[in-house]
Design a protein around this ligand. Structure first.
Ligand SMILES: CC(C)(COP(=O)(O)OP(=O)(O)OC[C@H]1O[C@@H](n2cnc3c(N)ncnc32)[C@H](O)[C@@H]1OP(=O)(O)O)[C@@H](O)C(=O)NCCC(=O)NCCS
Length: 245
C-alpha cells in the first residue's frame, strides 16, 4: 500500500546566478522541476511518495536512528566510500564515524524508502556556536542516483544550515567526482581546484521566519514518520520473538 503525506513544503529552487542561497518558502514556490526530475518522483523534504521499492520520504534523521544511518554507510560500495570519504574506508571506520555523526552541530537529512536510508546529507559542525562554518557531505546508494535525491537532500541541508546561522557551507570532493561537481553547480557552490581535490563554498543567508517555520513543519512530519518506523521495527521484532518462542 502506498501512503502519501505532503507537508506543503516544496524544494527551494537552485538559483541560476551565484551568491547566496536561502531555502525559504518564497523560493520554494518558484521551484520548477527539471524534466528528468519531473518524470520521476520528487524527493522533497517532508513528503512521502512512492519510491523505487515502496514508501519514500526525505526527512531529518534523529539520533535514535543512528543504526539506520550506519546501515546505509555499510551498504556503500568501495568506490562510493572512496568518493564520500576521500579514501578507501572499511566497516570499522564507518562504525566509528557513525558514532560521531549526531554530535555537536551534527545533523543528517536522509532519503528513506520503506524506512531504509538510501541517501544521506550530513551537516558537520560548527562545533562552536561562534563559528559560522560547517561542512556538508553526501551519499546516495548506487541504485538510487540521478533521480533528484542528492538535490533534495542538499536543499534541506542548506535550509537547516541557514536556520542554525551557518554562513558558509563547505564541500570537499575528489577532483574527478563529476556527479558531486554537478550537484554543487546546481546550488551555485563556488568551487576551487586543489592539488588533492576540490573544495567548494556556499554562502548561506540568515534564517527567515519562513525558513524556520518550514523546517519546523517538516520536522513534525518527520517525527511522526520516525515514530511510525520505530513502531514497525518493534512490531517486527515482536513477531520474530513470538515465532522463536
Ligand atoms: C554526488 C551524489 C550525492 C549525487 O546524488 P544524486 O542523487 O545522483 O544527485 P541528483 O540526482 O540530485 O543529481 C544532481 C545533479 O548532478 C548530476 N549528476 C548526478 N550524477 C551524475 C553523474 N554520475 N555524472 C554526471 N552528472 C551527474 C545530475 O545530472 C544532476 O544535475 P541536473 O539536475 O542538472 O541533471 C551521488 O552521486 C553520490 O552519492 N556519490 C558518491 C558519494 C559522493 O561522491 N559524495 C560527495 C563527496 S561528500
Amino acid at each position: 500500500m502506498i501512503s502519501f503525506i505532503r507537508s506543503g513544503i516544496e524544494l527551494p529552487r537552485p538559483r541560476p546566478a551565484p551568491r547566496s542561497t536561502q531555502a525559504d518558502s518564497s523560493q520554494a514556490s518558484s521551484w520548477q522541476a527539471s524534466s528528468r526530475q519531473a518524470s520521476s518522483r520528487q524527493a522533497s523534504s517532508g513528503q512521502a511518495d512512492r519510491g523505487r521499492s515502496g514508501v519514500a520520504v526525505t526527512r531529518k534523521l534523529w539520533p535514535s536512528e543512528r543504526q539506520a544511518f550506519l546501515d546505509h554507510l555499510l551498504r556503500l560500495d568501495p568506490d562510493t566510500r572512496r568518493q564520500r570519504f576521500g579514501s578507501s574506508v572499511n566497516d570499522g571506520f564507518l562504525i566509528r564515524y557513525a558514532e560521531t555523526t549526531f554530535g555537536v552541530g551534527g545533523l543528517v537529512y536522509a532519503y528513506l524508502e520503506d524506512d531504509i536510508v538510501r541517501g544521506a546529507a550530513e551537516l558537520r559542525g560548527p562545533d562552536d556556536a561562534r563559528d559560522r562554518r560547517a561542512e556538508a557531505a553526501f551519499s546516495v546508494e548506487a541504485g538510487w542516483r540521478q533521480r533528484g535525491i542528492g538535490s533534495a537532500l542538499f536543499a534541506s541541508l542548506i535550509r537547516a544550515a541557514g536556520n542554525r546561522r551557518v554562513s558558509v557551507l563547505d564541500i570537499v570532493c575528489l577532483p574527478h567526482n563529476q556527479a558531486m561537481r554537478n550537484l554543487a553547480a546546481k546550488f551555485d557552490v563556488e568551487v576551487t581546484l586543489q592539488p588533492d581535490g576540490i573544495t567548494g563554498s556556499l554562502r548561506i543567508d540568515r534564517p527567515s521566519v519562513a525558513s524556520l517555520a518550514a523546517e519546523a513543519v517538516d520536522d513534525m512530519v518527520g517525527i511522526a514518520a520516525a515514530a511510525l518506523a520505530a513502531q514497525k521495527r518493534a512490531w517486527r521484532r515482536l513477531q520474530g520473538g513470538d515465532r522463536a518462542a
